[in-house]
Design a protein around this ligand. Structure first.
Ligand code: GLC
Length: 435
């Protein structure tokens, strides 16, 4: 098998699942200005320490999170085990800077893994390659370290190899102590004037070989090599190129192909408001309609959606997020078959919405119509038309214009909904089974 074929095969279940929950949680939930707060406000380790002392997520209920994710139609989750601030939600033998030493007093990642597994979801770990807490990580002059422009934090005496050993050891712990892990999500690589923090700087080949040895079935994102934006791939990609691409806060225009024009697995990660980590002032939440259409767009272009929640310092997913996910869940309950196992349809994007496709079935996601008569053309003869939400028959009919202008209407199918208001104003899904 070529490297491409290996990656394609490895991501099969992932590509089937299509919808996952991203969870950004850590000490930064207390300042509540997003997970970059230390960097943005140039907060020293000492000044950030108060949040470590204070952290007491007494409402943390990963079983409720897992239920919410499952009911939203999500099939997997990826949670921050350590973000850029270096704080570990898991019990690591290599640091004291971990949840077990806070008022939480326990391994929060273990509970996450158990709860999500119990709900039948696949489990992933986000792990930050950056570490603003480790003394051997570059400080002064780094692109984003909180002390980047403070000459008191020059890097003489810092031993980056120590950091690499620490980081590799932690990844080994994460992939040894929690049973089967489905996804490893490294974040991220960068370069600046002084440093090239990409690929082999992380000893990435060695790291990936270890990851695959510990967890043969695992899949990896592509950020050991970059920040997720690059999309080249072919059979000559490095070992650490990852199994799927990770566009952030955007859905690629035409999906993603490799250099040879072959489909590659990808997952768009998106925030629900405008922050990953909890931000109390940010109420700019996307509606359920936006989320559903975003998910449909990803699937119609052959990709997944990893949708973020940022729990607060008490350990609660914000109420707004819960509400949105519940609405998404109701739609998924009715229409999930047009998402799971579906991908690109080989027809141009229609006027009224989008197509997804699974085998010989096309799913028309209708957003917009000006008459009660809908027209579909998938370039093949359609045998049956059904409304997905209740599996009811939609009768094929010939409208006036079809009778009077047969030219070019070879495979066109018309159905009359008898009402210009669509049954589901967010996304009415109609299934076309071809002969
Ligand atoms: C970026 C940010 C980070 C976030 C991630 C999610 O790389 O640095 O805060 O976790 O995107 O994709």
């Amino acid at each position: 098998m070529s490297k491409y074929e290996e990656r394609w095969a490895r991501t099969e279940a992932f590509r089937h699942d299509r919808f996952g929950m991203f969870i950004h949680w850590g000490l930064y939930a207390i300042p509540a200005r997003g997970e970059w707060v230390r960097s943005h406000e140039r907060i020293s380790v000492e000044d950030y320490e108060q949040f470590f002392e204070e952290f007491d997520p007494y409402k943390y209920d990963p079983k409720a999170w897992a239920r919410l994710a499952r009911e939203a139609g999500m099939k997997y989750a990826v949670m921050t085990t350590k973000h850029h601030d270096g704080f570990c939600l898991f019990d690591s033998a290599y640091t004291d800077y971990k949840a077990t030493n806070t008022k939480a007093g326990r391994d929060l990642i273990r509970e996450y893994v158990e709860a999500f597994r119990a709900e039948g979801l696949k489990v992933g770990f986000y792990y930050s390659l950056l570490d603003w807490h480790h003394p051997d990580y570059p400080h002064y002059g780094d692109r984003q370290h909180p002390m980047r422009d403070n000459p008191a934090y020059k890097n003489d005496g810092r031993n980056f190899d120590n950091y690499l050993t620490y980081m590799h050891n932690q990844v080994r712990e994460l992939l040894t102590n929690y049973g089967k892990i489905d996804i490893m999500w490294f974040d991220f690589s960068y370069q600046d004037e002084y440093n090239d923090m990409r690929g082999e700087t992380w000893k990435a080949t060695e790291l990936v070989n270890m990851v695959r040895e510990l967890q043969p079935g695992i899949i990896l994102d592509n950020r050991l090599g970059g920040d997720g934006a690059e999309q080249t791939s072919g059979d000559d990609e490095p070992v650490y190129a990852g199994d799927f691409k990770s566009p952030e806060q955007t859905v690629p225009a035409e999906g993603l192909l490799d250099d040879m024009g072959r489909d590659v697995a990808w997952e768009a990660c998106m925030t629900l408001n405008d922050h990953w980590g909890y931000c109390s002032a940010d109420k700019n939440y996307k509606s359920a309609k936006t989320v559903i259409r975003m998910l449909t767009e990803c699937v119609s272009k052959g990709g997944n959606l990893l949708l973020n929640v940022g729990p607060n310092a008490k350990g609660e997913i914000p109420r707004e997020s819960v509400e949105i996910l519940r609405q998404v869940g109701r739609w998924m309950d009715d229409n999930g078959e047009s998402i799971y196992g579906c991908g690109k349809a080989d027809v141009p994007k229609p006027e009224w919405g989008r197509y997804t496709k699974k085998g010989d079935t096309y799913y028309a996601h209708v957003y917009d119509t000006s008459t009660s008569v809908l027209r579909f053309d998938v370039g093949r003869e359609v045998e049956k038309v059904r409304l997905v939400s209740d599996a009811s028959e939609l009768v094929k009919m010939r409208p006036w214009n079809a009778e009077h202008n047969k030219k070019g209407l070879v495979h066109d199918v018309f159905v009359d909904l008898q009402n210009v208001t669509l049954p589901d104003e967010i996304d009415t899904v109609i299934k076309l089974k071809v002969k």
